[in-house]
Design a protein around this ligand. Sequence first.
Ligand code: ATP
Ligand code: MG
Length: 323
Amino acid sequence: MSTPEHVEGRTFDVPPPQPPGVPRASVELSLAPHAAPHDEDAAEQEAGEIGPTGRVLRFTADPEPVARHGPAKILAICNQKGGVGKTTSTINLGASLAEYGRKVLLVDFDPQGALSVGLGIHPHQLDQTIYNVIMERAVGVQDVIMETGVEDMHLLPSNIDLSAAEIQLVSEVGREHTLVRTLRPVIDDYDYVLVDCQPSLGLLTVNALAAADGVLIPLECEFFSLRGVALLIDTIEKVRERLNPKLEITGIVATMYDPRTLHSREVMARVVEAFGDIVFDTVINRTVRFPETTVAGEPITKWAPRSAGAKAYRALAREVIAR
Ligand SMILES: Nc1ncnc2c1ncn2[C@@H]1O[C@H](COP(=O)(O)OP(=O)(O)OP(=O)(O)O)[C@@H](O)[C@H]1O
Ligand SMILES: [Mg+2]
């Protein structure tokens, strides 16, 4: 039972004190299972207008349906800076690609398991994850892939076990090509495989880059974000030279953009100046809707389908398909 506590006339529910040595149950957040009622029908940006990147928006038509699926294009969603929107972009880009009729596999390649959590899965309760596929010959990738709440979007989940793989792989032959070997049996079943990387440039991320056709870099519209990108691009170039000649930078997507602040607009201008055409026209605004979707355990395209955030990720999906 919780006891109310009074602070300056307001009442808060305070959990009772725990006896020493008893671990506290993890706090479960929950929201109503339905999309929030105040679904804003935000104005979509029209082709021909000047977009937030300062360039004229190009028109990206709705993609043609595909007649048959596969082989998949593998995209690593990568930035060694933490909290820039890698996982959010993986989930919502994946769901948008699935809405356009593409078959999508999301690979949780971060031992934190945030991608799995964001899809409503409790990764610590799973018997088998990507770790088992990587480390145990007897476990096939098909045995571990799960369905999600989005049709045609599947998940290869991970949990904290994956952090052990990073250490165990160091002494393996061909350690950088572990992920590509893992994905090979299912590559023909999907149109896109999106790999959500951890915030580091360690062996797991190098595996993702060695497996990928392209890298998608989410970049938070914040001054310090620019600092790490040179190192990331340097790493991508090394992987291209030494491990994976087909690797390209698919694009940079600006995230957490706040059009009301001069700071966001200045950072955006610097990003476009530095990286030019690889910056997607689509920019993801900062909105509380994204943290809400994590709690809800579903993509924004389902949670708030008509919101500006859902429209932005659909626009990003159209650009990704067109590139
Ligand atoms: N456009 C956005 N506006 C507001 N909040 C956002 C936006 N995108 C993501 N977030 C929130 O910011 C936090 C970090 O996002 P996310 O987990 O996607 O980043 P990440 O790069 O995967 O982080 P990590 O490096 O820890 O893996 C989350 O709470 C997420 O809900
Ligand atoms: Mg993440």
